[in-house]
Design a protein around this ligand. Sequence first.
Ligand SMILES: *Cc1c(COP(=O)(O)O)cnc(C)c1O
Length: 455
Amino acid sequence: MAAKESEAFGMRGLDFITSPPEDRLFPASGIPPRAAANAVRAEVVLDHDPDRNLATFVTTWMEPEAREVIMENLHRNYIDHAEYPQTAEVEKRCLRMIHNLFNGPGEPVAPGARCAGSSEAVMLGALAMKWRWRAAREKAGKDTTKPNLVYGKDAHVVWDKFCRYFDVEPRAIDLPEGKFVIGPDEVEGQVDENTIGVVAIVGTTFTGECDDVEGIAKFLDQYEEKEGHDVPMHIDGASGGFVFPFSSPDFAWDFRIERVKSINASGHKFGMTYPGLGWLIFRDDDQLPEDLVFYEDYLGQRDATFTLNFSTGSSMLLAQYFLFLRLGREGYTAMIGAMDKNAEVLRQKVRNAEFLEIAGSGEMLPLVIAKVTDDSPFTGADLVGELARRRAWVVPAYHLPPGNDSIEVMRILVKINQTRELVDKLASDIDDSIAHLTEHGPAPGPKRPHTGHGY
Ligand SMILES: *Cc1c(COP(=O)(O)O)cnc(C)c1O
C-alpha cells in the first residue's frame, strides 16, 4: 500500500488493514510485532470458535493455572533429556500413573512412551506388535513376509495409515448391519498365524461406543488353545482411556484382561490437556522389543529414545502432570461425571425433539449421537447447517462406515466447557432449527463444508 495511510498515522503498522496479506513470496522486510500479531489474529478470526466446536474430542478449555504452566515452559525441548532430566522423570511418572490407572500388573519403570498424540502412539505400539510377531516367527523358522493386522471399520484412519506406511496387510472388517462396533463373531475367520495383533476400539470416533474387548479376548484364548498362535490385543483408547476408568471403574477393557498387551490414549482428549500429547502404555517391559529403542550419545549423555518424532515441546507433558496432581482420580471422576450428566440431559432433549432419535448403546463416551428419523423432511446435513447459521454451533454430520453407510448421524461432544446453560441453548436451537426446516425446507445454496468425525 500506499505509504499515505501509514504516514497519516505516523506508523507502518496499519498496512495489514489495507493490503492483502503475503501468501506466497517470502516477505522482503518485516513489520512491527503488534502488526504481525494482528495480521495473524485476522486470519484465525475466520476459523470456527473452539468453544462452539462440538465436533472435536480434543480439549478446548484448561484452567488458568494449567495455562500458566504451559506458557512458562514453551522454551523447553522435551527430547533434551540430558539438559532437562527432571522433565524426563515427569514423563516416567506419568507413564507409571497411567499404567496404574489402566490396572497394569507389576511395577515397570517406564512402561511406554509419551507421544505427539494417539497417532504416534498407535504407530509405535503397532510396530512393537510387528517386531514381536517377526521375532517369534524367525525363532520358529517361519515365513515373515506377510504380516496382517485385524480391526473393525469402526477404527480411526490412523490404523489404515499404519498398515500402509509399515507394510502390513490391513484386515479391516465390515460392521454388521445395525451394529457400529465389532465383537468375537466379526474377528473369527480373520485371524491366522500371520496376525500381528487384533485392535479393539474403546470409544469409537463414529458413535463413542466400544468394541467387545472381553469377547474378542475370550475368542483369542480359544483360538490359541486350538491353533497354538498367541495373538496379542492392542486397545485404542484414544478417547475412552481417560473416560471409562472414571465413569465405569468396573468395566474391564484394559490390562485386567491378560491378552491386552498395549493401550494408546490421547492426553489431549479426555486426559484434558491442549493438543500435542498422546500416550502408549505397555502391559510390561517384555512388550517393547529392544531393537526399537535407539541408544546414542547425545550432548554428552547416553540416551535411549523410542519415538518417531525428535524435538517437541515439554509444555503438554508438564500440563498432564499438573492435571494428574490437580485432579487425581476424584477430580477426573467428577469432571467426567459432569460431562456424562450434561450429555444425558442433551440425549433426553434430542429424544424428545421431532424427527430425531438417538443411536448407540452400552458404555459410551460423553457425547450424543443423533440421527433423523426415516420420515424426516430434512437430512442431518440440513440440520447441522441450520445450527451453524443460528448460533455458529459446529456439529458434524457424517455417514457410518461400510456395513452401515446408508446411516447418517450427527455427533455432539459434551466436554467440560459445554455447561448446562450451553446444553439448554443448543437443545432449544435444535428445536427451532427443526421447526424452521419443517416449515421452510432446507436453505438453498451450498451446504456448509463437511466436518470430519476423525478427531
Ligand atoms: C482421536 C483418535 C485417534 C487419533 O488420535 P490423535 O491423538 O488425534 O492422534 C485414534 N483413534 C481413535 C479411536 C481416536 O478417537
